[in-house]
Design a protein around this ligand. Structure first.
Ligand SMILES: NC(=O)C1=CN([C@@H]2O[C@H](COP(=O)(O)OP(=O)(O)OC[C@H]3O[C@@H](n4cnc5c(N)ncnc54)[C@H](O)[C@@H]3O)[C@@H](O)[C@H]2O)[C@@H](O)CC1
Ligand SMILES: Nc1ncnc2c1ncn2[C@@H]1O[C@H](COP(=O)(O)OP(=O)(O)OP(=O)(O)O)[C@@H](O)[C@H]1O
Ligand SMILES: [Mg+2]
Length: 298
């Protein structure tokens, strides 16, 4: 654990007077629909709080004013259900360092079809992609969409992992051997990085397996996974920018994923110490700064 933490520290960019706005990360979150506005907000604000400079949300028209009203800090594009969605998102892609696809996306066929084309356009540009929540629903329907794309990280919870495992390997989840199950899924997807969240988080790029058992809390309120995927969007960019020499031969994406898992669990731990059973994801987001300093800036 301590060695892996040091690798995360190695990828954190220094804050200097020489940088311009945007250099430490321009992240896009694809998600947000009629039902779900909290999830994309949690992901996008977490990216900013971890240290990204700009955070965009690409959501449906209806969701946009709601998400804008949560925060003046997010740039919100009401484009995901427009007939030109792929073009409208595509024109921003050259300016983005990473995409987080799925928080609060929902499962509407039109939206999923647009997201499929956005994924293809992002892959063509080599943009790192974190896929979470309903983005994983899409991947379970069409695993070929992400097959072999080594700049992708999937962040399934228990149910999402079983669904993917069934779709890709034809296996229901083997609860006994979580390390083996995550390793096999990653290998079958062509070394896409997989983060299986749970009591311990198990992370693999199909070659190595890392486990994160940082102390969190017993609270399982919704939105914690969104904090994780949004944070990961920034950390993936930082890790790829830092390169493999700073991650000691480990895949940069593996190190980024370990960082996001550790941070999310530490936020949960700190928030729970203050709020106990009433802890919600908003309380955890308030802990991102202090948790980050404690873990990675010591
Ligand atoms: N405030 C918000 O807007 C939130 C929206 N969310 C969004 O809600 C949508 C659906 O996400 P879900 O995660 O509910 O996915 P699913 O719709 O696939 O539902 C999974 C269900 O399984 C249950 N479950 C979880 N762990 C389990 C376990 N170990 N064994 C058995 N059952 C288990 C959960 O209670 C959940 O109801 C996504 O778009 C997601 O991003 C969530 O991110 C939570 C917060
Ligand atoms: N049993 C557990 N014990 C400790 N931590 C856990 C446990 N289950 C999940 N976590 C942690 O909670 C965070 C979110 O994981 P979870 O499985 O709840 O995601 P999720 O279902 O996608 O969340 P969301 O509600 O945002 O969609 C992760 O950091 C994970 O490590
Ligand atoms: Mg989730």
């Amino acid at each position: 654990m301590e060695d892996a933490l040091q690798l995360v520290r190695n990828i954190v960019p220094p804050l200097t007077a020489k940088k311009h706005k945007g250099q430490d990360g321009r992240v896009g979150v694809v998600g947000g629909c009629r039902e779900y506005t909290g999830a994309p907000y949690f992901a996008a604000i977490s990216a900013l709080k971890v240290g990204a400079d700009l955070s965009h949300v690409f959501c449906t028209q209806e969701a946009a004013p709601v998400i804008k009203a949560y925060s003046p800090e997010l740039i919100v594009h009401p484009v995901l259900d427009s007939p030109d969605a792929v073009h409208d998102v595509g024109k921003w892609l050259p300016r983005l360092h990473a995409l987080v696809v799925g928080p609060g996306l929902g499962r509407d066929d039109v939206l999923l079809s647009n997201v499929k084309d956005i994924l293809e356009a992002s892959k063509a540009r080599g943009i790192p992609i974190v896929i979470d929540a309903d983005g994983l629903w899409l991947i379970a329907q069409q695993p070929a969409l992400i097959q072999g794309y080594q700049k992708a990280v999937l962040t399934p919870n228990h149910v999402e992992f079983s669904r993917l495992s069934e779709a890709v390997l034809g296996d229901p989840l083997d609860g006994q051997d979580r390390r083996g199950a995550v390793l096999r899924l990653s290998q079958a997807l062509g070394n896409v990085t997989v983060v299986q969240k749970g009591e311990r988080d198990v992370i693999s790029d199909g070659k190595q397996v890392l486990e994160c058992s940082q102390e969190g809390s017993g609270r399982r309120c919704g939105g914690q996974g969104d904090l994780l995927s949004g944070s990961l969007g920034v950390l993936v960019h930082w890790a790829l920018q830092a390169g493999p020499e700073r991650t000691d031969g480990f895949s940069p994406l593996l190190v980024a994923a370990f960082g996001a898992c550790t941070l999310t669990r530490q936020c949960s731990h700190q928030a729970f110490q203050k709020h106990g059973r009433s802890t919600t994801t908003t309380d955890m987001i308030a802990e991102v700064g202090p948790a980050f300093s404690r873990l990675f800036e010591t």
